[in-house]
Design a protein. Structure first.
Length: 309
């Protein structure tokens, strides 16, 4: 299983680059990033519900009544992560925000593995695991530093301790979500149904956030007048997110939280190099500097070290 998990999770991580591009397209068409995120989550939930029906496991939803209450809230993590991105991108910039998310993911995943919390099998964190986690964070920092100018990066980081904490916490939510959903999977033994439920919870949470921001006048009212201009792949963000969430909680019990997170992060960064180099997904073409490539190599070396544990 572990040998197959490595290329699969790299692929799943690469889907996050497609999800980001798709969300940009849909957000522009809807006129509201929160409205677009709610729509993407609803699409993912609908897809997983359809797959649950095809698999004949809709009856698993009745077993949710017997699940532990603390195993039911995993889907909130997706809404927290998406909302944090909406708040942080204009304040810190996309690159700095993503760097904080990855640092938060790695810190939380190593903590969950080392402490054995939330039903995760406890793993002894040796020197290679700690060194690998630090290498992933250092590689990510190099990527951020290479893409953002020193002045803009320093300006983004000065006097923004609260927002930096939000970014780290939002990243940490993702491995916690995976661990909680893994517990729910153990309760009902139907992974696709668990993924569908998680996305339903995420959609409902995001809908509440959308309603609150509309009531407070903090976001534009979503419209559908420009949806016809969204490319076909612009509708795949929900499917990419559904694949990521389901794959993570299925594989966490098999290979651990830190390897799962590290591999998806590596896949995302590798894909982003190609997206930027060739201007894919209607995103701006950006040169790939030597420093950024060095950061990607360091990140991959960190993943390899974590896999050795």
């Amino acid at each position: 299983m572990e040998a197959l998990a490595i290329p699969f999770l790299l692929f799943v991580g690469s889907l996050l680059a497609l999800q980001a591009g798709a969300n940009v397209q849909l957000s522009g068409a809807v006129g509201s990033p929160i409205g677009a995120s709610t729509l993407q989550l609803a699409i993912g939930a609908g897809l997983l519900l359809a797959l649950t029906a095809v698999a004949g496991t809709l009856g698993a939803f009745s077993a949710l009544a017997d699940a532990e209450p603390e195993h039911l809230w995993g889907g909130i993590g997706s809404a927290v992560y998406i909302t944090a991105g909406i708040l942080l991108f204009p304040r810190l910039g996309a690159l700095v925000a993503v760097g904080l998310f990855i640092a938060g993911q790695m810190g939380a995943s190593l903590l969950l593995d080392g402490a054995g919390w939330l039903g995760v099998e406890r793993e002894s964190l040796g020197l290679s695991a700690v060194a690998g986690g630090l290498a992933v964070v250092a590689g990510t920092w190099m990527i951020v530093r290479a893409q953002a100018s020193a002045d803009s990066l320093d300006a983004a980081l000065r006097n923004r301790g609260g927002w930096l904490a939000v970014g780290l916490a939002a990243g940490a939510v993702l491995p916690v979500q995976g661990a909680v959903n893994a517990q729910l999977r153990a309760d009902v033994d139907a992974p696709i149904a668990v993924g569908a439920f998680s996305f339903l919870v995420a959609t409902a949470t995001m809908a509440v956030i959308l309603a609150a921001t509309l009531a407070l006048g903090r976001t534009g009212r979503p419209t559908g007048t420009r949806l016809g201009g969204v490319p076909w792949w612009g509708w795949l963000g929900g499917a990419c997110g559904a694949t990521y969430v389901t794959s993570v909680f299925v594989l966490i019990p098999e290979i651990g939280v830190a390897p799962t997170v590290a591999l998806t992060v590596a896949g995302q960064q590798i894909a982003s190099v190609f997206v930027d180099r060739y201007g894919l997904l209607r995103l701006p073409r950006r040169p790939i500097s030597r420093a950024r490539l060095t950061g990607v190599v360091l990140l991959l070396a960190g993943v390899a070290l974590i896999q050795l544990t």
